[in-house]
Design a protein around this ligand. Structure first.
Ligand code: 5AD
Ligand code: SF4
Length: 444
């Protein structure tokens, strides 16, 4: 009897860290069903795109990629093509009909059904599952690492979002907020440590509202953070993302308490103007945001703070824009992700407000924000000159095989001449030079 050859799947991931973590869950589900992962797209029988809908540009990139897959499918008509994630959820059957190319559409809560969907697609039927769940957390699934450096890993601790910021598609694409059983999170962190990983990033759209209840047992985010920090002092813990309205003193104190909880907080501000924040439904004022920044700076000396900023939101005036620039200076962000507002279907902003800041104004404001952030990042890195940091080595620097790169607790990239240590080990590095993006030093 000849053995049936395993079908090979290849996953491409777009968007945020959460999607990368989800692709590992998908890989785990498919492997458990006898499918084989493959790196080379051209060898695959099944291609899955794990997609992002956060900005129009993200969706455009994926549509372009689908055109390439059209040519692949012409050469190999047996190829199965599946769309996963937020764009699958958002567009549902429409994209399948439009593109006449997709065999499978699966939303973020449907990954357990993928083997069945693949079987259906194999028998020539289009397969769709975009039902969102109130309780799916994939807690029992041990993710299979894809493209891993073997040093740092993501752990998803919650799914969905219920904040309904008026610009954001995530609550519609990813559904209700739900937290994962803490014991399964701790087990996953422990396993990763035993496999040699030395850094875990706890992921959720809004990790500070993590909340688990089972009978009399409860666990909140600071509690979970502490349990992971206590696993081993050589395991670093990071987390993303925090909503400023939920970042309480308990979390700040927990970060200060344990050296292996990294001194880096990503705290998206989005805008420095109260009028815009209100319209965005962010539920805090610029004063409250700056109050949180002061609390962090007071309790955690040397903590890096990064942010996300959207420019050109509906009705944003020049005065609002100036207030964002002022807030950036006052907060002295170490780094920032900056975006032009992109109207998304279904959102409150799309339904109720006018996307009325002209494209060229959005572009000019974005340039001003980027240029100020470069100054602030450069100043932040130059403040580190002469300092010594503990760096977790991640691998060889891209520029030279004689150099290592790693990160300090503040999440800054540090490059230095190779030492006897290996990736996954810690080394003390003294900083000699700095650019706006990198610290350059020597082991000491
Ligand atoms: N347009 C531009 N940027 C957006 N973001 C979320 N939605 C939009 C949108 N419609 C940004 C926010 C968020 C980050 C992940 O993406 O800054 O924090
Ligand atoms: Fe991630 Fe949001 Fe993009 Fe979905 S829409 S992939 S949740 S960034």
């Amino acid at each position: 009897m000849t053995e049936k050859k395993a079908r090979k799947f290849h996953i491409e991931t777009y968007g945020c860290q959460m999607n990368f973590s989800d692709s590992e869950i998908v890989a785990s589900i498919l492997k458990a069903e006898g499918f084989e992962a493959c790196q080379d797209l051209l060898e695959a029988d099944i291609v899955l795109l794990n997609t992002c809908s956060i900005r129009e540009h993200a969706e455009e990139r994926i549509r372009k990629r689908l055109h390439y897959f059209r040519s692949l499918k012409r050469k190999n008509p047996g190829l199965t093509i599946g769309l996963l994630g937020c764009m699958a959820e958002r567009t549902k059957i429409a994209l399948m009909e439009e593109e006449q190319l997709l065999d499978i559409i699966a939303g973020p809560d449907s990954y357990r059904h993928l083997p069945g969907l693949l079987e259906q697609a194999g028998s020539g039927q289009k397969a769709i599952d975009t039902i969102l769940s109130a309780d799916e957390t994939y807690a029992d699934i041990q993710p299979v690492k894809i493209d891993s450096n073997g040093v740092s890993a993501y752990i998803s601790i919650m799914r969905g979002c219920e904040n309904f910021c008026s610009y954001c598609v995530v609550p519609y694409a990813r559904g209700q907020e739900r937290s994962r059983d803490p014991e399964s999170v701790i087990r996953e962190a422990k396993d990763l440590f035993l496999q040699g990983f030395r850094e875990v990033t706890l992921l959720g759209q809004n990790v500070n509202s993590y909340q688990w209840k089972a009978g009399k047992e409860t666990m909140d985010f600071p509690g979970l953070l502490e349990r992971i920090a206590l696993l081993d002092r050589k395991l670093r813990v990071r987390f993303a993302t925090s909503h400023p309205k939920d970042l309480g003193d308990e979390v700040i104190n927990m970060i200060a308490k344990y050296p292996n909880i990294c001194k880096a907080i990503h705290l998206p501000v989005q805008s420095g103007s109260n009028a815009v924040l209100d319209k965005m439904n962010r539920k805090y004022t610029r004063e409250e945001y700056l109050g949180r920044i002061r609390a962090i700076r007071n309790s955690i000396p040397g903590c890096a703070i990064s942010t996300d900023i959207i420019t050109g939101f509906c009705d944003e005036t020049e005065e609002d824009h100036q207030q964002t620039l002022e807030l950036m200076r006052e907060a002295a962000f170490d780094s920032a992700f900056t975006f032009k507002y992109s109207e998304r279907p279904q959102t409150i902003a799309q339904e109720q407000y006018d996307d009325n800041v002209p494209a060229e104004v959005k572009e000019r404001r974005l340039r001003e924000i980027i240029s100020l952030q470069q100054e602030l990042s450069s100043a932040s890195n130059h403040r580190d000159l002469g300092e010594t940091f503990e760096v977790l080595i991640e691998g060889e620097s891209k520029r030279s095989d004689k150099q290592y790169f790693g990160r300090n607790s503040q999440n800054k990239v540090v490059v230095f001449p190779k030492t006897a240590q290996k990736p996954g080990e810690y080394v003390k590095v003294s900083i000699k030079r700095a650019t706006s993006a990198t610290l350059i030093g020597e082991a000491c």
